[in-house]
Design a protein around this ligand. Structure first.
Ligand code: GYE
Length: 307
């Protein structure tokens, strides 16, 4: 349900921009950093934030959006759990004259006038970067190189796009084979469980793990250790996000590389909301800049990490 908001007391909502924000959930370190950033940036007195956590369920998000529409918020912002199924509720927002800013994840709608703009990362490129790291790290090695993949939430933009970008690069090199691919829903607990199943099915024949986020990789590391294998050595691991836990795992030699996906979108989101609210023109897509980090950089980079 809705919480927070109204931090400025009874006066909030006078001059403040009232924003309804529907967050995916609290599934990962990335997500909690993202929530913190959004709450910090959309603070009183300038903003009156109505924050709602969907617990990774689209139906909860649709309910939250309808409640924001009923309350007549000035702007809706949300990070859609999955890509499809938004046309109806977004049409309702449009009919009510409420602009929508997508944060982090994209939607698949027939009419893209249903949202004003999207601020987020290039997930296809992140998948390519993970694969390019693997290709480089596999120089001189013979095939087959057997990969297992832990996918993010089924139907989500980052899972669809990271899978696509990774495959695009891997498919160009006949040594690489994706032998298992299953969703771990972006959580540590599911990442561990699914990795246990992979290990059971494949035994010692897994060379590489590609995880769509760091949290699933961290869960999988536990499963690998419990199976008596050495993560980072017996099974090379590359994941995405660049959260603190990933840098710690790299420092310990258990994770090989992480592709950065920056969750600290709050300030850029606040600016887009100001612009949209004032009726100014905004670009349809705003990109976040990011890089790739490897084990040898982990110790030096750790103190600089902000999430
Ligand atoms: O990679 C993952 C989170 O949508 C980019 O969602 C985000 C992803 C992120 O759960 O950790």
């Amino acid at each position: 349900g809705c919480s927070g908001g109204d931090g400025a007391g009874a006066g909030a909502g006078g001059d403040a921009i009232t924003v309804g924000f529907s967050q995916v959930g609290a599934e990962s370190e990335w997500r909690t950093a993202n929530t913190r950033s959004v709450k910090e940036a959309l603070a009183p007195p300038e903003f009156n934030l109505k924050f709602s956590d969907a617990q990774q369920k689209q139906e909860n998000q649709i309910k939250a959006l309808r409640s924001f529409i009923a309350q007549g918020v000035d702007v809706i912002a949300f990070s859609p759990v999955v890509e499809t199924g938004w046309d109806t509720v977004l049409r309702e927002a449009k009919a009510a004259g409420i602009p929508v800013v997508l944060t982090d994840r994209a939607v698949n709608v027939a009419d893209d006038s249903l949202y004003a703009t999207l601020i987020g990362s290039d997930f296809v490129e992140e998948g390519r970067r993970a694969a390019r790291w693997l290709v480089e790290d596999s120089e001189g090695q013979d095939g087959p190189i057997r990969i297992v993949e832990l996918q993010g939430t089924v139907g989500s933009a980052p899972a669809n796009d990271r899978m696509k970008g990774f495959k695009e690069v891997i498919d160009a090199d006949a040594r690489f084979q994706i032998v298992r691919s299953q969703s771990g829903d972006f959580t540590r607990a599911r990442g561990k469980e699914v990795m246990e199943a992979f290990l059971k099915a494949e035994g010692r024949n897994i060379d590489v793990l590609f995880a769509h986020n760091d949290d699933m990789a961290i869960g999988a590391i536990q499963a690998i250790e419990e199976a008596g294998l050495k993560p980072g050595t017996d099974i090379r691991i590359v994941s995405i996000d660049g959260v603190r836990g990933a840098f710690e795992a790299m420092k310990a030699g258990k994770l090989n590389a992480t592709v950065e996906c920056n969750p600290l979108l709050g300030e850029q989101l606040a600016q887009l909301i100001r612009d949209v609210h004032a009726g100014r023109e905004v670009p349809k897509r705003v990109q976040v800049e990011e890089g790739v980090f490897t084990q040898d950089q982990a110790e030096a980079e750790l103190p600089n990490r902000k999430y």
